[in-house]
Ligand binder design. Structure first.
Ligand code: ADP
Length: 199
């Protein structure tokens, strides 16, 4: 069998990066689609010419990268713009993620971290198992507020654009319950890692 690739997803602030680091500590290879998205929209990034063409030079900074704050504001209240941005970025992110994951033969398996995995509808055919970080909404809000400095209303507005908790759980192959301490999460990651190694 080729190198197994699994997905790791969850809502904002659910603990994806934290869990990914725990898996990495155990030897899993991590491909982070947020990082890929940043690279594609950095100066000289592969998405920049299409973004400039569609959104205009106002959305490109002096270095040639994306004006992130401006774009965030635009897509937050403009569904058509959001769709256009995603139509440009998501296929590029997917392709990059797949290339990087499949080139990674130095670990027993690869975890591809994708915040909008179910929403994008793109990863299901490829990834072997999908691991979901599940976390009570109150915790999600609190953790995101503390980390990002966003207000509660902003965090809830972002959550409202993501698949809801019940559906996410229904679509999961494996669930990590991140409603306790970090030690508690680590124990679950250890156990799941052992199972993934035996596949
Ligand atoms: P995501 O990547 O899903 O947005 P993060 O892994 O960045 O979420 O976690 C959000 C914040 O919550 C981070 O500051 C992280 O350190 C913290 N955090 C995550 N899990 C726990 C936990 N079990 N206990 C305490 N803090 C946590």
């Amino acid at each position: 069998m080729s190198h197994p690739c699994h997905g790791l997803t969850g809502g904002i602030g659910s603990g994806k990066s934290t869990a990914a680091q725990l898996f990495a500590d155990l030897g899993a290879r991590i491909v982070d689609t947020d990082l890929i998205s940043h690279e594609l929209t950095a100066p000289g990034g592969a998405a920049m010419s299409a973004l400039r063409e569609h959104f205009g030079a106002d959305y490109v900074n002096a270095q040639g990268g994306l004006e992130r704050a401006k774009m965030r504001t635009l897509v937050f209240c403009n569904a058509a713009a959001k769709q256009r941005l995603e139509a440009i970025l998501h296929p590029l992110i997917y392709r990059q993620a797949r290339e990087r994951a499949e080139a990674a033969t130095d670990a027993s398996y690869t975890l591809v971290v994708v915040p909008l995995l179910f929403e994008s509808g793109r990863y299901h055919d490829w990834l072997h198992r999908v691991i979901v970080l599940d976390c009570p909404e109150e915790e999600q809000v609190e953790r995101t507020r503390q980390r990002s400095g966003l207000g509660e209303a902003q965090v809830r507005a972002i959550m409202a654009q993501q698949i809801d908790r019940t559906h996410r759980i229904e679509l999961a192959d494996d669930i990590l319950h991140n409603d306790g301490s970090l030690e508690d999460l680590r124990r679950q990651v250890d156990a799941l890692h052992k199972r993934l190694m035996m596949l």
